[in-house]
Design a protein around this ligand. Structure first.
Ligand code: ATP
Ligand code: MG
Length: 371
């Protein structure tokens, strides 16, 4: 484009006038439309409608664009938001005179999102995802201690570390054992402290996760979730990586979850992301069983005084807002961090501790919620 084009941007209606008076018309390709649609996110997710495979057709006729999108949802806000966002973006493109986004809506099967069928795992009664929007708020700590506490109240429990980029369950359970495979090519979980454990970290050791990208991660995660031979379990706890992106989406679409637990700290920054995670599960029809507020407070060992380091009441307020229970409040606790680093979750190492008792309470509430 010449210098004049840089200084002057014609509004869309000018193009039609240009055409009438035989000025050169800016034409737009299907690829440009598809590219622009990549900035339309599926509501509640960081993933866009193109990579989601929802854009079924694009037709362009003299600057008039028609896009067909197919989605499976029960939520009327989802198609409305996608339609608005997509039309707005398309209308802002040079060369587009009118844009219409037509949406085909189907009802999704229960427990799934965006029309992909998630299936249960044979022998496993309940699959629970432990998630958060924000990283480092203590998901793995909560997942590990909750799994131990569920076992202590009499359940058969498995724990699966789904964090391909930063697996931590093998460290928290002090095991580097490599899992075995059965004749049917199934992976056998490792047994530790009465739990069955599986971690992507057990299998990945020489392969740098940094080279696993996009579709490879999706395939690997799906295969991993489907190939483990869990046996008979009451609960399978999934420790999710932080965020609401592709991997989380793949997981919720691959296995039918009974519910999700969202971990947050009392700070606003964590609560905002907890809200995003809750919305993500809502959109894919997975019930949020409740929030766990981690690092809620600190009891000083010297004077037994309570300090609300990250403020107080955040988890409770957010649980009310989301209309889900606050399942528990776990203090910041030096022994909790140390035991995690040592390879034995606090709920197993010191059953009399305040934190262990809180996890038993959380486990009981989870059991009630799923009964
Ligand atoms: N209640 C707690 N008291 C003290 N330390 C804690 C507590 N919860 C978590 N930690 C520590 O904080 C660090 C981060 O916790 P953790 O790995 O469980 O977070 P995460 O949300 O799983 O992180 P990521 O997003 O990277 O997966 C760890 O060192 C852990 O031991
Ligand atoms: Mg983690």
């Amino acid at each position: 484009m010449g210098a004049s084009a840089d200084r002057f941007e014609a509004p869309a209606n000018l193009y039609s006038r240009c055409r009438l008076s035989n000025f050169p018309v800016v034409s737009i390709s299907e690829e440009q439309i598809r590219d622009a649609l990549k900035s339309v996110k599926y509501p509640g997710f960081t993933r866009d409608i193109v990579s989601f495979g929802l854009v079924k057709s694009i037709k362009i006729d003299n600057g008039e664009v028609k896009v067909q999108v197919a989605i499976a949802t029960n939520d009327p806000n989802v198609p409305a938001t996608i339609k608005n966002d997509a039309e707005k973006i398309l209308r802002s493109l040079a060369g587009v005179q009118s844009a219409k986004v037509l949406i085909d809506i189907h009802a999704p099967p229960a427990g799934t999102g965006a029309g992909v069928v998630a299936a249960g795992i044979p022998g496993v009664k309940h699959i629970i995802a432990v998630a958060s929007g924000k990283g480092g708020v203590g998901k793995s700590t909560v997942a590990a201690n909750l799994a131990v506490a569920l076992e202590q109240i009499g359940a058969r429990v498995g724990l699966c570390d789904c964090d391909i980029y930063g697996p931590s369950i093998s460290l928290m359970f002090g095991t580097r054992e490599r899992p075995m495979a059965t004749d049917e090519n199934k992976i056998v979980p490792i047994e530790q402290y009465g739990l069955r454990l599986m971690s992507m970290g057990f299998l990945l050791d020489d392969m740098s996760p940094a080279i696993l990208r996009g579709p490879m991660v999706t395939r690997y995660t799906q295969q991993f979730l489907r190939q483990v031979d869990w046996g008979e379990l009451d609960y399978l706890v999934l420790d999710l990586p932080p965020g609401t992106g592709d991997i989380q989406l793949t997981i919720v679409q691959t296995v039918a979850l009974s519910g999700a637990i969202i971990v947050t700290t009392p700070q606003e920054v964590a609560l905002i992301d907890a809200r995003k995670a809750a919305t993500m599960f809502e959109k894919v029809n997975v019930p949020v069983l409740g929030l766990v507020e981690n690092m809620s407070y600190f009891i000083s060992p010297s004077d037994n005084k309570r300090y609300d380091i990250f403020g107080s009441g955040g988890g409770e307020r957010e649980a009310k807002r989301l209309r889900v229970p606050l399942l528990g409040q776990v203090p910041i606790d030096i022994a909790t961090r140390e035991s995690g680093d040592r390879g034995m979750p606090i709920a197993a190492e010191d059953r009399k501790s305040l934190v262990a008792a809180e996890f038993v309470k959380i486990a009981q509430r989870v059991r009630e919620a799923l009964a």
